[in-house]
Design a protein around this ligand. Structure first.
Ligand code: SAH
Length: 535
């Protein structure tokens, strides 16, 4: 039996230290593994003399090469977007063969909801606790999941919420935001029953949940879900933000003299310039005490020269048994369209700009999603909401208060691989910048507050994972092996050792603004039952 939310919440007695306060500027600065000067030598060598002979690992690799030959190197974010959700064989949108799965032991990676059913159950309990604390509305609840994978998390959440019939019947609709056609099908089979009927509308695809006949709507983007101030949106994002495309920038001395700042203004996008020969930055004269003017340069993706070796490309030893990557990062030789405004969006980046070689990764899409979530919950000038309501729970791996650097990774068959190899067949992801999400959410809406991020291990323990596991272990007829596996699984989710999921993954929540007086369960707070007249 599921423990009532209040019992779990009663255990959530963490001190107040987790409430989000704007953290100080990043303290973590690393240089890219390869220096910018060594990138330069490749820039001129990029265009192969006999292009027709080059064999590409995937159709997407060929398309990228052709596009870059025409326009010049592309921003890292464009490369990631094409590789993950592009029309031509993106990782989530088609390159993986029919019947092959990104998830699970036979796929490329395993996620928490796939490891243990308790994960989704406790997230269900988290939203039940919010529903209770926000006055148990009888209607108007929306459940929204972005990037639902196989649908396992939503399945475990809905099964749990079914045990709270008053909440289950308050759900108007479940929304699944999913870019992949194959995954949408898999989610429908799981949530609505195998081969369940669906209809198509302008908004997306519609079917009916096997849990209480609730309508389920699939959309490709969250923008297709109307923002309605009368609704109470409960939004969950698990391992979604790490799949959003990032830009990467490096601080460099400006080539134009500080006295003539207009020299760079209006210059064409350096994505086109980067394929031309680069000139080294002029060193600052020792006699000149004026600090050099600094600027951001963007890391761009360019094909590797034909015949390049691992040694030429300085690929890490761990990747040298793989084929030589077909693409690489190069530093743009001048500011780009994105480098002029993206890293200027927050004071966190501005301070780093003064440090030559400092790198920042910025994910504009993450800020857009955070802005969207905050607007749905707290309202905004464009979408006024008299009474903020709802909640968002974001769980992912990333940094709590520092700006991510060099965090792009490629994963294939459960191993780290070079992110610039086999485009479309390799999963790409990057650390989530939780502070940037918090900043974007609070900037978008005065009607929200942010709690966390806290470590997944702490969150799940506060939510009662240990007690729930003990209860499941008593399931009649459970074999010894199944009991052992179950024990291993939940402990894996809370493992706070080096690289452990309980430490690397973090949870952040966005709630209706309450002056920090009501912290949510799992973040050190308790369930707040309103008086019976209000409920
Ligand atoms: N939440 C799931 C899956 C994580 S993988 C789990 O934890 O198991 C990332 C998911 O996000 C996949 O379902 C992928 O298809 C989806 N996705 C990635 N980029 C997307 C985008 N830009 N828009 C919508 N869905 C996206």
């Amino acid at each position: 039996m599921m423990r009532p939310a209040a019992t779990i919440a009663a255990r959530a007695l963490r001190p107040a230290s987790f409430r989000w306060i704007r953290p100080a500027t990043t303290s973590l600065i690393r240089r890219p593994a390869t220096s910018s000067s060594s990138f330069r030598s490749f820039i001129t060598a990029t265009a192969p003399r006999r292009q027709e002979e080059r064999k590409w690992s995937t159709p997407l690799a060929k398309q990228l090469f052709e596009a870059i030959s025409l326009t010049g190197p592309v921003p890292l974010a464009s490369y990631m977007r094409m590789c993950l959700t592009g029309d031509l064989g993106g990782y989530y949108t088609g390159a993986i063969g029919e019947g092959r799965d990104q998830f699970g032991t036979k796929g490329d990676f395993v996620t928490s909801p796939e490891i243990s059913q308790i994960f989704g159950e406790l997230i269900g309990v988290w939203f039940i606790a919010e529903w209770i604390s926000q006055g148990r509305p009888k209607t108007g609840v929306q459940l929204i999941e972005v990037g639902p994978g196989r649908g396992t998390l939503m399945d475990d959440m809905l099964r749990t919420i079914q045990r709270f019939p008053a909440m289950a019947s308050s759900i108007d609709a479940v929304y699944m935001v999913e870019a992949s056609r194959e995954l949408r099908e898999a989610q429908k089979d799981l949530l609505c029953g195998p081969g369940a009927h669906s209809t198509e509308s302008k908004a997306g695809y519609h079917s009916t949940s096997k849990y209480g006949d609730r309508p389920i709507v699939w959309t490709e983007t969250i923008k297709s879900i109307p923002i309605e101030p009368s609704k109470m949106p409960f939004i969950v994002a698990h391992e979604f933000f790490d799949a959003l495309p990032i830009h990467s920038f490096q601080a460099a001395e400006s080539k134009s003299s500080p006295k003539t700042p207009s020299a760079t203004a209006g210059s064409p996008d350096a994505s086109a310039e980067a394929s031309t020969a680069d000139e080294p930055s002029s060193p600052t004269s020792l006699a000149d005490p004026t600090p050099p003017a600094m600027e951001w340069r963007e890391m761009m993706v360019s094909p590797t020269p034909p015949g390049a070796t691992h040694a030429d490309l300085k690929t890490p030893k761990s990747e040298q048994h793989e084929p030589v990557p077909e693409f690489q990062l190069i530093l743009s030789s001048a500011p780009t369209r994105h480098s002029r405004y993206v890293p200027e969006s927050s004071p966190r980046y501005r301070q780093l700009k003064q440090i030559p070689g400092a790198v920042v990764e910025v994910c504009p899409d993450a800020s857009l999603y955070a802005t969207d979530f905050a607007t749905r919950i707290g309202g905004s000038p464009q979408h006024p909401k008299a009474q903020p309501s709802g909640a968002a729970l974001i769980i992912d791996y990333g940094t709590s208060d520092t700006v991510p650097v060099n965090s792009l990774r490629g994963i294939r068959h459960h191993r780290r691989v070079n992110p610039f190899s086999a485009p479309g067949l390799v999963d790409l992801s990057a650390d989530v910048d939780f502070t940037a999400i918090a900043e974007a959410a609070t900037a978008a809406s005065t009607g929200v507050e942010v709690h966390g991020p806290i470590r997944q291990g702490d969150f799940l323990e506060l939510m009662g994972i240990r007690e729930r596991a003990e209860m499941l272990a008593k399931t009649p007829g459970l074999s010894e092996e199944a009991a052992r596996n179950m024990d291993k699984s939940w402990k894996r989710l809370v493992d706070r050792g080096p690289g452990g999921m309980g430490k690397v993954y973090k949870a952040l929540s966005i709630l209706p603004e309450n002056d920090g007086r009501r912290r949510p369960v799992g973040f050190g707070g308790d369930v707040w039952e309103k008086s019976s007249s209000e409920a």
